[in-house]
Design a protein around this ligand. Sequence first.
Ligand SMILES: Cc1cc2nc3c(=O)[nH]c(=O)nc-3n(C[C@H](O)[C@H](O)[C@H](O)COP(=O)(O)O)c2cc1C
Length: 302
Amino acid sequence: MSSLAVNFLGIPMASPVIGASGTVGFGLELADYIDMHKVGALSGKGLAPTPWKGNEGVRIAETTSGMLNCIGLENPGAPYFIEHYLPEVRKLGTPFIANMVGKSVEEYAECARILTVPGISALEVNISCPNVKEGGAAFGTDPKQAAAVTKAVKEATSLPVIVKLSPNVTDIVTIAKAVEEAGADGISLINTLLGLAIDTRTRRPILGNITGGLSGPAVKPVALRMVWQVAKAVHIPVCGLGGIMTGEDVVEFMMAGAAAVQVGTANLADPTAMERIVDELDAWCDRNNVRDVNEIVGTLQA
Ligand SMILES: Cc1cc2nc3c(=O)[nH]c(=O)nc-3n(C[C@H](O)[C@H](O)[C@H](O)COP(=O)(O)O)c2cc1C
């Protein structure tokens, strides 16, 4: 047996495998399927300061080796989460990361203040949602705005702050460096890639929102490339995700420089996926005489 324990941003985790936001709810249903003590942490569904309704119409479409979604960040709001879900989440005994969103810098800061409570180990700031105040641009595609959100959230909380980057940019390293400079404690990447699916019979988009976010195995090579580029460029820990389906995928992300990883779409295809992935990672380490999983971080020879 190898040691799979990691310490990510001061949070002791049983393994480097974290449940990705939007694919594990708040972890409560997952506990019926897997041993939650093997999972490193859970990142909950994105929370805003007030409830959000999400998009109308079809919100999910299958694609070759992946899926598109346009849920539209539907969520019950951070205060409701704290009152109705957090007491149960705490009983799981798995570190909980609160993923958060906002429509303005002030809303992000407000959300961070609300979520800075016992039972939450870190904040993960999703900066790839539409910036309504700025006319629909995304915070995650402009280094100045990405830095402004990071700074405001850091000032509003005492928790470690992970900033989750959007891959829908030409130069991911510029955004990563901007959030590092603004005080981010860690970076997670990637969120979904913007995509489109068409119904040829009706000549209409399949999704109600026309476009949606692509995730699953189809995005893995893009995610790996971005994790590798960012991990080389920053001095803060990186959490890698995008298309992880197996233990060996985890190894690839860690070799590219990720200190921890997240599993998303795989949970939707199979709710037992994370436990299997942890077991496969353990078996890979044994086969390759790796006693401590941390040894493989950043060992890509390139
Ligand atoms: C249905 C669905 C909902 C998601 N909701 C969120 C969310 O609320 N906040 C967030 O930061 N990312 C969200 N994501 C993005 C995932 O956390 C992850 O970044 C992305 O899916 C890539 O990883 P994967 O290929 O393992 O799924 C969502 C993804 C899916 C498929």
